[in-house]
Write a protein that binds this ligand. Structure first.
Ligand SMILES: [Zn+2]
Length: 130
């Protein structure tokens, strides 16, 4: 059976022709794909979308997006874990610093008490002398 549409012997040649048209044509509707004709066996061009193919493409895209989301979720969990480890470390450092300061404060209080005692003793001696 003969078709009125432009025929191409091979898919490669049909695709090459589409590329050429895309580059040069200023028409609104340009062919987007080639298909094998069920009547004449040759390849024709069409601008109609192949919804089955598009659906398969979208499903593939959906799968890779899901994989990407999972990847990002894992990364997020890892990061928040790291962040929380950092905070725990900072907290530990602060606790150590607090302990150091408390020890120094106790020491200072002790010294202060000793000095006060010395001062009291000296005053007492003063009173005794006078
Ligand atoms: Zn045909």
């Amino acid at each position: 059976m003969e078709c009125n549409k432009t025929s191409f012997a091979t898919l490669a040649f049909a695709n090459w022709h589409i590329k050429k048209i895309k580059k040069k044509s200023k028409q609104d509707i340009i062919p987007t794909r080639a298909y094998k004709c069920g009547y004449c066996g040759a390849y024709h061009l069409t601008s109609k979308e192949n919804f089955l193919e598009k659906n398969a493409d979208l499903e593939q895209e959906n799968l890779s997006l899901k994989a990407r989301v999972k990847e990002l979720e894992e990364l997020n969990a890892l990061l928040s874990n790291k962040e929380s480890n950092k905070l725990v470390e900072q907290n530990t450092n602060l606790k150590l610093k607090k302990k150091e300061l408390e020890t120094a404060l106790i020491k200072a209080n002790k010294t202060n008490k000793e000095l006060m005692q010395n001062l009291i003793n000296a005053n007492l001696k003063n009173v005794e002398i006078s």
